[in-house]
Design a protein around this ligand. Structure first.
Ligand SMILES: *Cc1c(COP(=O)(O)O)cnc(C)c1O
Length: 371
């Protein structure tokens, strides 16, 4: 194989389909600040995802930072060490103290029992991640939040289109955050959104993402510039026309991997919960101690064949210098996260990944197992 195979590759509809959007933009001269495409994408996404209100953002990280502002979160926030760094960074940007707790070995999401043990008088919120699009234990987390009077903000960056028993996973908690970065299932080059339950909250978030302007002469908060531009929104509208086909292609690849890897001793797959409509955004496997090669040896083996599998998430967030001094960053208190982080490997999965590449990856894994 001569071409390098990335872990993900963006869904890019045919270029000629994008031209009419550009022509309309040039005609109207509306480039940003809530133009027609921004308006249309907010409505189209709310409908597609099955949520009530949604505020578009320039990226998912600004959406996270703004969500914490919108709810006026203070003090300590309980979160997961097993995520992309932006999850915890959004807390530091708000001068909040992250409190890391361990994850569940089946879902890779925050373990509710550990959340409860970490609550102190300073705790005001929980910031869980639906890792790989697998839903958190939303009922248990909500029950804890209700008992202790905490807010719940879901980092739902991996969760585009995921439903459980027919209901969007984005309908849980006080707010949910999406990322539309180029590496995600649905992308607007860069982009993101906050999903919120009512018009009042949406209005406040819309102020916050536009410097705090409530009208021409009124500034109600030290808001940020988090607006999505028209060109990103237009691309999102085009992309939405192709998303169901793209999800179908991802599902096929997921199936092909499962059939080939399921029987290889020492490798473990994650199974999806009952009643779960997945988005097949990642294909994580665990390289356990029963496999002849270590995770890093498998990672290097793939690289030697120009396949860029990724160690999502290694290192853990709490191992980075700005977090490792925190009491909750002590790895001896995070045994599950530590083990999974050392065994995880995410294999390439994206709509036009050729079957032959999937088969090559599976052959390498079989050979690694001595088969
Ligand atoms: C991608 C991602 C983000 C950040 O989103 P951006 O749009 O890249 O800013 C945050 N959290 C998680 C879990 C992510 O995967």
């Amino acid at each position: 194989m001569s071409k390098v195979i990335p872990v993900t590759s963006p869904l890019l509809p045919p270029l000629e389909e994008f031209i009419p959007y550009l022509e309309q933009m040039w005609e109207s001269r509306r480039l940003t600040n809530g133009g027609p495409f921004h308006e249309q994408l907010e409505q189209a996404l709310a409908e597609y995802l099955g949520v009530d209100y949604l505020c578009l953002f320039a990226n998912g990280t600004l959406a996270l930072v703004t969500a914490l502002q919108a709810l006026r979160i203070t003090g300590e926030v309980i979160t997961t060490p097993y995520s992309f760094v932006a999850t915890a960074h959004s807390l530091l940007w708000n001068d909040l103290a992250p409190v890391f707790v361990d994850i569940d070995p089946v879902t890779c999401n925050l373990d509710p029992a550990s959340i409860e043990k970490a609550i102190t008088p300073k705790t005001t919120a929980i910031l869980p991640v639906h890792c790989y699009g697998t839903p958190c234990d939303v009922e248990k987390i909500q029950a804890i939040a209700d008992n202790y009077g905490l807010k719940v903000i879901y980092d739902a960056a991996h969760t585009f289109g995921v439903r459980q028993n027919g209901t969007s996973i984005l309908r849980h908690g006080d707010l949910s955050i999406l990322s539309f970065h180029a590496t995600k299932v649905f992308n607007t080059f860069e982009g993101g959104a906050i999903v919120c339950p009512d018009a009042k909250t949406k209005k406040r978030i819309d102020y916050l993402k536009n410097f705090g302007f409530a009208d021409e002469v009124t500034v109600v908060a030290p808001g940020i510039n988090g607006k999505m531009s028209e060109i990103n929104a237009a691309f999102g509208l085009l992309q939405l026309k192709h998303i169901d086909r793209a999800l179908g292609m991802r599902q096929r690849i997921d199936q092909r991997y499962r059939e080939a890897i399921g029987q290889i001793p020492g490798l473990e797959l994650f199974t999806l919960p009952q009643g779960h409509e997945a988005n097949y955004s990642y294909f994580p496997i665990l390289v356990t101690e029963r496999y002849p090669l270590s995770r890093d040896q498998v990672y290097e083996l793939m690289r030697a064949h120009d396949i860029l599998a990724r160690r999502y998430f290694y290192p853990l967030i709490c191992e980075f210098p700005m977090y490792r001094g925190l009491p909750s960053a002590d790895l001896s208190k995070l045994p599950v996260a530590k083990r999974i982080s050392s065994q995880i490997l995410c294999l390439p999965i994206y709509p036009d990944l050729p079957d032959e590449v999937v088969d090559t990856i599976c052959t390498l894994l079989r050979q690694g197992a001595g088969q």
